[in-house]
Design a protein around this ligand. Structure first.
Ligand code: TRP
Length: 372
C-alpha cells in the first residue's frame, strides 16, 4: 500500500478521507448543519452537497452564535511560492460564495514569510509571487469593502505583538510532533505557525470585541489550526471554527494534490486555452478502458477519471448534467475523448472570465490592503 502523508508541508498518497477525518478528529458536516446553512443562504453550494467540503470543526457552535446575532468573519490564506492553480481557485471561489451568502468580512493572509523560510527561493522571488498571487485572489471577485489582505512581512508591526503571545504558549517538542520537524529545521520555520494563528483573532483585537472566526481551508492545514485551537482560549479568545475541503486531484491521478511547481501535475490560473487542452489530453489520468470495444462494453470509472473529477469538483455546477455525464461514461456510451473535450471547454470558459477580471486587478490592490 502507498504511504499516505497529509500535513501542511507534505501531501502524498491516495487519501482515504473517512480515515483522515477520524485520525484528525474532525467532524463530518452533518445534514443538520447543511440545513442550517441552507436556511440562511437560500441554497447550498454544490461543493457542500457533493461533499468536496467534507468536514469541519465547531460549525454547530458557529451557527449557534450566528443565530444569536454574533456574526462571524472568514479567514483564509495563500502561501506565495509559485503560480496559482485550479486547486487554489476551487477553495477561494467557495470562500467567495461564503462571503456573499453570509455577507461577512474576509481576512486573507499572504504568508510570504512562510514560503521564504520553507522553500528554496530568494526573498525577491517570493515577493514577485506575492504580487502575482494577490492579483489572482482579487480576480476571484471578493468584495473590496469587506476583504482585507494581510501580508506577513508588510503587516509585521501589527502581527508580531500577537504572534509572540501565541509563540510563548507553544513548545519546541509540540512543534516537532505536529509538523514532523527535526533539530535541523531552521528556527524561523519553528516560529512560523504562530503567524498563521494571528488572523483567527486579529479582528477581535482590532474591533475590541470577541468575533467568531470561520476558516475555509484544505485538510492539510488542519495541524496549524489544531494548535491554534489549543492556545486561543488561554489568551481569552474563541477557538476558530473551520470548514475543510479535500484536494482537487493532480492531472496524474488521485495521489497527492495539485501543485504549481510541477507543471505536468497542475492546470494554472494563467494557462491559455491551448495549454489547458494539451494538458488534459496529454496528462489527465483517464478512467476509460484501453480499447473502444472494451470501453463500450464495460464503461469508464468516474471515481479515478481526472476530467470527470474536475467537473465534479468545480466545473459542472449543474447536478443533473453531471449525473447525465456520469451515467453515459459509466455505461460506455460516452468515450474518454468526448469527456475530455467537454472538460476542456468548461475549464476554458471558467478561466476566460477569471483572466479577464485579473487584467485590471492591479488597480484595485490598494483597496484590498488591511488598513490599521
Ligand atoms: N499556509 C498556507 C499555504 O501554505 C497559507 C495560509 C495562511 C492559509 N493562512 C491560511 C491557508 C488560512 C488556509 C487558511 O498555502
Amino acid at each position: 500500500m502507498d504511504k499516505i502523508i497529509v500535513n501542511p508541508y507534505e501531501v502524498e498518497g491516495d487519501i482515504d478521507y473517512k480515515k483522515l477525518v477520524k485520525e484528525f478528529g474532525l467532524e463530518e458536516i452533518t445534514p443538520e448543519t447543511l440545513k442550517r446553512i441552507e436556511k440562511h443562504t437560500g441554497k447550498l453550494h454544490f461543493m457542500l452537497t457533493r461533499r468536496i467540503f467534507l468536514a469541519g470543526r465547531d460549525l454547530k457552535w458557529l451557527f449557534d452564535e450566528y443565530e444569536k446575532g454574533n456574526k462571524f468573519f472568514l479567514y483564509t490564506g495563500c502561501g506565495p511560492s509559485g503560480p496559482i492553480h485550479l486547486g487554489h481557485l476551487m477553495a477561494w471561489y467557495f470562500t467567495k460564495w461564503l462571503q456573499d451568502a453570509f455577507d461577512v468580512e474576509l481576512y486573507f493572509q499572504f504568508t510570504d514569510d512562510e514560503k521564504y523560510l520553507y522553500k528554496d527561493l530568494s526573498y525577491e522571488e517570493i515577493q514577485k509571487w506575492l504580487h502575482e498571487n494577490m492579483l489572482d485572489v482579487i480576480a476571484v471577485g471578493f468584495d473590496p469593502k469587506k476583504t482585507h489582505f494581510i501580508i506577513n512581512t508588510k503587516h509585521a508591526g501589527l502581527l508580531y505583538p500577537e504572534a509572540i503571545k501565541v509563540a510563548k504558549k507553544i513548545t519546541f517538542s509540540t512543534i516537532k510532533s505536529s509538523f514532523g520537524f527535526t533539530d535541523s529545521n531552521n528556527i524561523g520555520s519553528i516560529f512560523y505557525t504562530s503567524m498563521q494563528t494571528v488572523p483567527s483573532f486579529l479582528p477581535s483585537i482590532l474591533k475590541k470585541k470577541k468575533i467568531p472566526c470561520l476558516i475555509p481551508h484544505a485538510v492539510d492545514q488542519d495541524p496549524h489550526f489544531r494548535l491554534t485551537r489549543d492556545i486561543l482560549p488561554k489568551l481569552g479568545h474563541y477557538k476558530p471554527a473551520s470548514i475543510q475541503c479535500s484536494f482537487l486531484p493532480p492531472l496524474t491521478g488521485r495521489n497527492g494534490k495539485m501543485s504549481s511547481t510541477e507543471s505536468v501535475k497542475g492546470i494554472l490560473a494563467s494557462d491559455n486555452p491551448n495549454e489547458v487542452k494539451k494538458k488534459i489530453n496529454k496528462y489527465a489520468f483517464s478512467g476509460g478502458k484501453d480499447t473502444v470495444e472494451e470501453h463500450r462494453k464495460h464503461g469508464g470509472d468516474t471515481e479515478v477519471d481526472v476530467p470527470f473529477q474536475y467537473l465534479r469538483y468545480m466545473f459542472e455546477e449543474d447536478d443533473k448534467k453531471l449525473k447525465e455525464i456520469e451515467d453515459k461514461y459509466k455505461s460506455g456510451k460516452m468515450m474518454t475523448g468526448e469527456l475530455k473535450a467537454y472538460t476542456i471547454q468548461r475549464i476554458n470558459e471558467f478561466l476566460e472570465v477569471h483572466q479577464k477580471r485579473r487584467k485590471d486587478a492591479d488597480k484595485k490592490l490598494n483597496s484590498f490592503m488591511l488598513k490599521y
